[in-house]
Write a protein that binds this ligand. Structure first.
Ligand SMILES: NC(=O)c1ccc[n+]([C@@H]2O[C@H](COP(=O)([O-])OP(=O)(O)OC[C@H]3O[C@@H](n4cnc5c(N)ncnc54)[C@H](OP(=O)(O)O)[C@@H]3O)[C@@H](O)[C@H]2O)c1
Length: 345
């Protein structure tokens, strides 16, 4: 059994990791960290865990990379950055759920996150943890940068088109909607019930920090620089994410041909489901699962493809994908602990 540590176990993604790993057949939990709840049982803090774990939450300073085989860092961005080298000095491999090791270019990190990267020497080594694109590199990685939720849904929607060079790269538009848990558990004005309920709002249009991450991955697939106009929105729901991506096709195509191409591109992928031609992705059917559902449509009057892509931001967009990466790093079945449908209604 592989020993697992979760740093930031009292946050939304940390708790989701714990919930999913409790029944994972190949792992056991070695430690959980929280600063706020240190000394308390995880099952006291989260009664949903009662009867499933008797581990106490410990401060981050008290654990090391020798206490586990894999450590998940479910910490705020810029907090993980300084912790990673210390954990790598032990025997642990690191899966960082924050954005700290996702961008290869330290100047891009500084530009978008407004701080200098403390360990630029590790950026090249870090493997971007999108298994559908980087599976082989993930298997042998010591440090995996788990992707953001928006980049997961948008990159998976675009990868089959970008790799074929069918896309007019001068105009890619991604319009995406997220549930409120995407902002994490820490209280903030914008995520209070009365601010979010009965309302849909756009935020950070054209300046969201996930933009360089999406562009980095799409540029690598296209072998040339790709730019995306990205408009995120907040929805009055707890979990779930829907991205609708608009691209101009370089050639005329039928929706059947496009759907057939997506089917073929993802035919061996356990967690990407392509919907029949003309059907659209719906957050209802991916919430509480590690699936990404993708629906394609062709607007032939405008020679445009419109792709919809739905995930659970906390699972395929964070903790489920992190476990998928862990499975690859441990050399166990990629679907281990993740092979369940979503919950509907
Ligand atoms: N939420 C999502 O849908 C989502 C999706 C993809 C990626 N992510 C990324 O995943 C990471 C975690 O997100 P989240 O939504 O789980 O956040 P969260 O709910 O706010 O949880 C953050 C965790 O980090 C701990 N923490 C905060 N500051 C710390 C510090 N200085 N030292 C040690 N521990 C500290 C907190 O615990 P205590 O206060 O108890 O110490 C808490 O357990 C973030 O980088 C986020 O961007 C989130």
């Amino acid at each position: 059994m592989a020993k697992i540590g979760i740093a930031g176990a009292s946050g939304y993604t940390g708790l989701e990791l714990l919930r999913l790993l409790i029944n994972h057949p190949e792992t056991e939990i070695a430690f959980l960290t929280s600063e706020t709840y240190q000394g308390q049982l995880a099952s006291e803090v989260f009664p949903s865990l009662s009867g499933f774990t008797d581990i106490k939450l410990a401060p981050l300073e008290s654990v090391s990379g020798n206490d586990c085989d894999i450590i998940f860092l479910a910490l705020p961005h810029t907090t993980s950055m300084g912790k990673v080298p210390g954990f790598l000095e032990g025997r642990a491999k690191v899966i960082d759920l924050s954005a700290d090791y996702r961008l290869k270019d330290p100047s891009a990190f500084e530009e978008w996150y407004a701080v200098k990267h403390q360990h630029p020497e590790l950026l090249n080594e870090a493997v971007y943890g999108l298994p559908e694109i980087h599976r082989d590199a993930i298997k042998s990685a010591r440090l995996v940068a788990n992707p953001g939720c928006y980049p997961t849904s948008i990159t998976l929607a675009l990868a089959p088109l970008i790799t074929e060079n069918w896309v007019d790269l001068s105009c890619i538009v991604a319009d995406a909607k997220s549930g409120v848990s995407g902002a994490g558990r820490k209280a903030s004005l914008g995520t209070q019930f009365s601010e979010v309920n009965e309302s849909v709002s756009a935020y950070n249009i054209a300046v969201h920090r996930h933009t360089p991450e999406i562009e980095q991955e799409l540029s690598a697939l296209a072998n040339t620089e790709v730019r995306v106009s990205f408009s995120p929105h907040l929805m009055p729901m707890t979990r779930g994410m829907l991205s609708t991506v608009y691209i101009n096709l370089k050639q005329d195509m039928s929706v059947e041909d496009l759907a057939g191409h997506f089917q073929k591109f993802y035919q061996d992928e356990p967690f990407v489901r392509i919907l029949p031609p003309g059907k659209y992705a719906n957050t209802h059917f991916t919430v509480s699962s590690n699936f990404c559902d993708i629906g394609v449509q062709v607007d032939r009057r405008n020679q445009r493809a419109i792709i919809t892509s739905a995930i659970d931001n906390l699972i395929k967009g964070a903790s489920g994908q992190a476990i998928q990466n862990m499975n690859l790093m441990l050399g166990v079945s990629e679907t281990s602990g993740l092979n369940f449908p979503g919950i509907f209604p």
